[in-house]
Design a protein around this ligand. Structure first.
Ligand code: GRF
Length: 196
């Protein structure tokens, strides 16, 4: 039986697309639902075009009440009977109340070589630090931000004249290779890190 995957996005969802496009043929998982906190995220329209169910839960009406926002997500997820959640550019911090029940079954992709540069503005921070190498990491999600056991990393060189935008593009190309490779391996029950 295929594993049922829920993919959480906030924006364009290019990582979500890479995951969905890989989940065909002998892949051990299939996309069950795409969840977004933002109706306008380009990825939601794309998922609908592919015939994938979508659930949009706007965080704004919940204000600072993260547990209430998360309870709404949990309620929306109930019919999908998910095995795995992939965070793919989901720009809301999830509390331990949501994360803990999913620990070991929830993955994230982060645009840095963790443990370096948790949080935002990772590309600018790598440039400011004078790093010669940068990249992305896929990891299991724990209640701590951008923490948790590493399931894979991909490296890119930092080149002379790089801006945060240019570097982000170079990293994103690797994200689209790494995250599908990690999900494929993880869904087959193998947590050996994928190193690209
Ligand atoms: C990616 O860089 C991801 O690593 C980060 O947010 C970006 C999302 O891009 N968390 P997309 O929505 O997948 O195109």
């Amino acid at each position: 039986m295929s594993k049922r995957v829920g993919i959480f996005i906030s924006g364009g969802g290019s990582n979500m697309r890479a995951l969905v496009q890989d989940m065909t043929g002998d892949h051990p998982a299939r996309p069950a639902v795409v969840v977004s906190n933002n109706e306008d995220s380009g990825g939601v329209g794309w998922a609908r075009q592919q015939g994938i169910a979508t659930e949009v839960i706007d965080h704004r009406p919940f204000g600072k009440d993260r547990p209430a926002f998360e309870a709404a997500i949990t309620a929306a997820l109930a019919p999908y009977d998910l095995d795995i959640i992939c965070l793919a550019g989901f720009m809301r911090v999830l509390t331990a109340g949501f994360v803990t029940p999913w620990e070991g079954r929830m993955l994230n992709i982060h645009p840095s070589l963790l443990p370096k540069y948790k949080g935002l503005n990772t590309h600018a921070r790598a440039l400011e630090a004078g790093d010669t190498e940068h990249g992305c990491t896929s990891h299991l999600v724990t209640p701590a931000l951008d923490d948790g056991p590493i399931l894979g990393q991909a490296r890119v060189p930092v080149k002379a004249g790089d801006t945060p935008e240019i570097l982000a593009e170079r990293v994103l190309i690797q994200e689209h290779k790494l995250y599908p490779a990690v999900l494929r391996r993880f869904a087959s029950g193998n947590t050996t890190p994928v190193m690209l």
